[in-house]
Design a protein around this ligand. Sequence first.
Ligand code: HEC
Length: 451
Amino acid sequence: MIQEIFGKIHPLVVHLPIGILVLAMILKMYSGYRYQQEIKTLMPLLLKIAFAACLFASITGFVLHLSGEYDDTLVHNHMYLGIGLTIMVVGLYFTFQHQRLQNVLWVTTAIILTITGHLGGSLTHGEHYLSLTKHEDIQKPKIDMNHSVVFSDVIQPILQEKCVSCHSDKKQKGDLRLDSYDHIIKGGENGAIILKGNSAESTMMKKIHLPESDEEHMPPKGKPQLNNDEIKLIVWWIDNSADKDKTIASLSPGPDIKPLLLGLSQQTSPKEVQLPKIGQADPKVIEALKKYGIIVHTVSQVDNYLTIDLTYCKDLTQSQLNELLPLKSHIIGLKATSCQLIDELIPIVSQMDNLTTLFLDHSNISDTHLSPLNVLKRLEFINLAHTSVTNAGLKQLKIPSLQKVYLYGSKIDKNSLSNIYDQFPTVYLDSGGYVVPILVSDTTEAISPDK
Ligand code: HEC
């Protein structure tokens, strides 16, 4: 109990000696080689307060270290330096009359303070907390449905992201490390956490399934949580005997797991599309479109691409739609949700050679409209939810750049979707039933689904 309290207090109180010592250092620098008179009277008091603060921080830190949850060398270095700093403050206080010694001691104190603080930061935030590259940016393997290994390519990256900050050689909460297969199998202070082949009886899954408010829930409340897809994948791995070396193919994932694996590979390495630079669109054309109720947004301040939203213009005529054509290369996102003019629209859309995102949900699109879209060489996302598109129509869609297709509420037969997965080995098909991840390539708010 007391360790828990100190564990929370220590990271707070350490800022106190840091603040006081920095203030003292500023005063020292301000007065130069010799203390000025007013600083000379103030300094001993500051040093006394700094000593009290250092002592308090050292004691809370020492008790925290007794809990043994932290990596040894890092903790020990941090601790010895912290105690060293306290002694330096004592030294500064008692050598106050020796100007030359004071200067040497202040420089040493500044150095020790910096290193102690840095090590402390490494303990709480992880060793790379100063690095500007986000951890997520560091290579994540792309999932290859034939050769990727379930544990190392799917499960380990999930644990790495959501668990290892507290369960590694640096920090071993619950005496548990989750940073290697052998450690995971070995378990924690209460023994094994995984019962191979039986996720329901595995301690790890029990903790994950507990309500977030429960103290034993993992990851603890307030920390980044596992999403449903990640939980399903871990369950799938454990139920398939939690093996270290088995490949995805050897476990032949069913239609419930396959889309999750594909989704994972998409989320972890979103493809960056490099669009060519393009000149400004004709403002007169844009003005005219706006008069018909068409919403036109520029994608960003730096380039001239546009997104178009037709949602609020039910009564457009063919000639009004044709006025989109002068902008055909500018349009990278088109939202035609609920559009009932698909016969007229598709020939126009198929000329939008830079189009990456296309919403046709709730529209009157049918199977015959899909093949004309195959000329769109940059299309990554298409929403066909709540349309009459069937498996036969989907089969005609042959767009290499395609990454995601939403099919929820369409006439797609989910049971025979697995054939279609073979046609779209790298496409994330969403037919409903689980949380839809936010589309990475969704460039503007204008085309987000809730608008
Ligand atoms: C913010 C820190 C933190 C994160 C992140 C975290 N844990 Fe924990 N974990 C703890 C603490 C603290 C304990 C010890 C709790 C206790 O003993 O009551 C613990 C204990 C456990 C235990 C029990 C070990 C045993 O033998 O009793 C399991 C299993 C576990 N964690 C799994 C996970 C998994 C899986 C994740 C990621 C999905 C995770 N933890 C993420 C802090 C964390």
